[in-house]
Write a protein that binds this ligand. Structure first.
Ligand code: ATP
Ligand code: MG
Length: 431
């Protein structure tokens, strides 16, 4: 078979355009605030598209997380058109438009990939420019990561515009990188993790070129900004794909570069699947719980079941197991502390009932979560069934009897107030 030779002087191919009659997206499905923004931009003579994840999700019949807008209006122009608008971001300048309470619409001017001649002489200033060179809709589509993330919905014609073959890939349920995956992963190694994440979330297949490029470029992910990796890891948990994605990251040899020191054993993957199932049932996932689940297996290896080990040993060992991750990702003290409490709680639960300090442990604010972790681990490992039963019984009893006034309450109060002033017992003090 002979492939047609590319003519470099030929005009770029036309985008595929799906008119309203040929796609299922209706304006009723689009958030009201975003529609207002799209209409006002359009009435003022600008291109106004719904972009990114929302078009993908609507076409797949899923509910989008947010409705981002793309336009040819510059950020300053957007600011002039909307009173309730403020500009954010240095690296990637965006307009945020606020409607009502917490409805925030993100409006981005079409960008293109920066070329060497766009960059200032001083490399320290490159970051100001690399993501802020405005471009055409076509260029904006091509700078995006995956074909299915680069579809546009045009408010003027109600049609879908596809420059990159995203519609075909949606149909085939296939995740494909725009351009050469080796080049795109070198430009931004976080895309490797995003590829695994979207494939898992949407249950799409990974294009073979993507798989082999991840294997080849895996070490580069260690150079990505820790804050971005940390955020993407939490995204995996929020989207209930932590088990799946970290397992495939292991299969493609990405995992050791992503989380140095993370074991990646099958017991952990099974536990993460259980954590994902718990989130899918509607239990919110927070970072301490995610960290405790990620490092539980390693903690258990460091801190085996041994009558000689004291709670103070468990505290020290849990701290040691979590330390490399928490330092590398600059995890705030409060979150680190809670993750450690969960591991220590696990230690106390595993050794069974009847130890010193049990009554206080039962009233500790982290104990119910430690018990959840213990129960998930028990489910996947088949261990500790009887111990778990005993703890469940006493905790249920405590819950049932708690509405009645108890003498103990007055004695416990000083302890509460100390917690109140000092270590946080919930939430995320770091953010
Ligand atoms: P969701 O919000 O449901 O997780 P999304 O597709 O909206 O999915 P975001 O992370 O919100 O994902 O990013 C918005 C869009 O920005 C993406 O759809 C993609 O087009 C583009 N994008 C995000 N990150 C990158 C990246 N690292 N490289 C290139 N394009 C990116
Ligand atoms: Mg999004």
């Amino acid at each position: 078979m002979t492939l047609p030779q590319k003519d470099p002087s030929a005009p770029p191919p036309e985008p595929v355009i799906l008119p309203r009659s040929e796609h299922p997206i209706s304006r009723k499905q689009i958030d009201e605030g975003s529609l207002k923004v799209l209409y006002r931009l359009s009435r003022n003579g600008h291109l106004a598209y719904l972009v990114g994840g929302s078009v993908r999700d609507l076409l797949l019949g899923r509910t989008p997380k947010d409705f981002d807008v793309g336009t040819d209006a510059t950020p300053n122009r957007v600011k002039k058109l909307f009173r309730n608008c403020f500009l954010v971001g240095r690296r990637f300048r965006l307009a945020h438009i606020r409607f009502g309470g917490d409805n925030l619409i993100e409006v981005a001017t079409f960008r293109r990939q920066a070329r060497p001649e766009d960059l200032p002489e001083d490399p320290a200033e490159h970051f100001m420019v690399t993501e802020n060179v405005f471009g055409t809709p076509r260029e904006d589509a091509f700078r995006r990561d995956f074909t299915i993330n680069a579809l546009f919905y045009d408010i003027k014609t109600f049609s879908i515009i596809d420059y990159v073959g995203g519609l075909e890939d949606l149909q085939a349920r296939r995740l494909r990188v725009i351009g050469n995956p080796l080049v795109r992963f070198t430009e931004d190694p976080v895309r490797m993790l995003r590829a695994l994440e979207f494939a898992a979330r949407l249950d799409f297949s990974l294009d073979e070129a993507v798989r082999s490029a991840i294997s080849l470029r895996a070490p580069l992910i260690a150079e990505a900004a820790p804050a971005r990796i940390r955020e993407e890891i939490m995204e995996l948990f929020r989207h209930q794909v932590a088990g799946k994605v970290l397992r495939s990251a292991q299969g493609l040899a990405l995992l050791p570069h992503l989380l140095a020191g993370f074991g990646g054993d099958s017991a952990t993957f099974e536990l993460l699947d259980q954590v994902d199932a718990r989130t899918a049932q509607g239990v919110a996932i927070d970072e301490p719980f995610a960290l405790a689940a990620l490092y539980l297996s390693r903690f258990l290896r460091t801190c085996p079941q041994d009558e000689q080990l004291m709670v103070t040993d468990a505290v020290r060992l849990a701290g040691l197991v979590l330390a490399p991750h928490c330092s590398y990702f600059h995890v705030a003290h409060g979150i680190r502390h809670q993750a450690r409490e969960l591991l220590v709680g696990f230690f106390r639960l595993r050794r069974g009932r009847g130890h010193r300090g049990e009554r206080r442990f039962l009233q500790h604010p982290m104990t119910p979560q430690a018990l959840e972790l213990f129960s998930l681990w028990s489910k996947t490992s088949g261990q500790f069934g009887e111990v778990l039963e005993a703890w469940n019984q006493i905790l249920n009893q405590a819950e049932e009897s708690s509405p009645q006034p108890k003498k103990k309450t007055t004695r416990r109060r000083p302890r509460r107030s100390r917690r109140g002033r000092g270590k946080p017992s919930g939430g995320n003090p770091g953010n």
